[in-house]
Design a protein around this ligand. Structure first.
Ligand SMILES: *[C@@H]1O[C@H](CO)[C@@H](O)[C@H](O)[C@H]1NC(C)=O
Ligand SMILES: *[C@@H]1O[C@H](CO)[C@@H](O)[C@H](O)[C@H]1NC(C)=O
Ligand SMILES: *[C@@H]1O[C@H](CO)[C@@H](O)[C@H](O)[C@H]1NC(C)=O
Ligand SMILES: *[C@@H]1O[C@H](CO)[C@@H](O)[C@H](O)[C@H]1NC(C)=O
Length: 307
């Protein structure tokens, strides 16, 4: 039996080459702003929860002290709405200085000092989905260099406001640009989520060789209906999706919403169980300061994480 398994593994690894940055050998784990915090930029009314360094530092402290980091939850990821509405005079993206007064490099230092990794968001296109400056084909290189100079560890590259041919050029181009910075940066591509269903409009073999993970389908919402829709989509397409995943290249059905408002205890267990079976990234979007003990125990279940 062992030999047969080994043979299958070797055959698989020969067929599929993954992005060679040494990252994501197991499905990435961490936390991301989007599902819970959206584009909340009102730090006057909601200083604890607006997209800014307060929120990231608050959650980083929890991840480091609350037993999360030791279990593998190490990526803390800022999604959309972190930047100013225009690029700087040097053509670079710039964090909103009112919400990120210390700057991104200092925030990365803060996160690294706690044994965690910082993720950031950009969008291949004219604008981000939230209407912030996008990364056009011309600005891919400078943005990759900017993120590396801030010592960012992960990039989610969304796909609003670009067409299919721009995506086919831009997603590989960003992969090479990140590589050229010399800094290993986990690369999450939203490309397939914009290209409709299967049979794949996206070449998953190519995707696996340029991205560490990719969002296949719609954004998750804080409801059981949303979770069900995602599960059903992955069930229908499982034969196509299973074979393209492996160390360094993962399908991403989107964030874990355990600890939020939409799922019951049993529904939370179901989301976690299915995500584990899918070998999905385990990226939470919740409030680790106020999360219930019940939800925390589910997310910190060791057997689940080992699966
Ligand atoms: C860049 O790609 C080369 C060749 O695939 C690989 O050996 C190297 O580790 C990569 N570097 C980074 C920083 O990803
Ligand atoms: C992006 O902007 C260019 C130049 O204004 C425009 O021609 C193009 O249609 C826009 N693309 C999308 C997908 O909105
Ligand atoms: C996509 O956008 C580019 C640049 O704006 C344009 O040249 C190209 O014709 C567009 N392609 C399609 C299929 O719309
Ligand atoms: C998919 O991409 C791989 C790797 O780049 C390539 O070898 C293969 O020919 C592509 N398949 C199709 C159907 O384009």
């Amino acid at each position: 039996m062992r030999l047969i398994y080994l043979g299958i593994l070797l055959a698989l690894s020969a067929l599929c080459s993954s992005l060679d940055n040494g990252l994501g050998k197991t499905p990435p784990m961490g936390w991301m702003t989007w599902e819970r915090y959206r584009c909340n930029i009102d730090c006057k009314i909601d200083p604890e929860n607006c997209i800014g360094e307060n929120l990231i530092k608050r959650i980083a402290d929890k991840m480091a002290d609350g037993g999360w980091r030791e279990l593998g939850y190490v990526y803390i990821c800022i999604d959309d709405c972190w930047s100013l509405k225009s690029r700087g005079s040097n053509g670079r993206l710039q964090p909103d200085p009112e919400r990120f007064p210390s700057g991104m490099k200092a925030l990365a230092d803060y996160v690294h000092a706690r044994g965690l990794k910082l993720g950031i968001y950009a969008d291949l296109g004219n604008f981000t989905c939230g209407g912030y400056p996008g990364t056009t084909l011309d600005s891919i290189q400078v943005d990759a260099e900017t993120f590396a100079s801030w010592e960012v560890d992960m990039l989610k590259f969304d796909g609003c406001y670009s067409n299919s041919s721009e995506k086919a050029l831009g997603y590989p181009k960003m992969s090479y640009a990140l590589n050229a910075t010399g800094r290993p940066i986990l690369y999450s591509c939203s490309w397939p989520a914009y290209e409709g269903g299967l049979p794949p409009q996206v070449n998953y073999t190519l995707l696996g060789s340029i991205c560490n993970l990719w969002r296949n389908f719609d954004d998750i919402q804080d409801s059981w209906e949303s979770v069900l829709t995602i599960i059903e989509w992955f069930a229908v397409h499982q034969d196509d999706l299973q074979s393209v995943a492996g160390p360094g290249r993962w399908n991403d059905p989107d964030m874990l919403i355990t600890g939020d408002f939409g799922l019951s205890y049993e529904q939370s267990k179901s989301q976690l169980a299915i995500w584990a079976i899918l070998a999905a990234p385990m990226i939470m979007s919740n409030d680790l300061s106020t999360i219930s003990q019940e939800a925390k125990e589910l997310l910190q279940n060791r057997l689940l994480i080992y699966i």
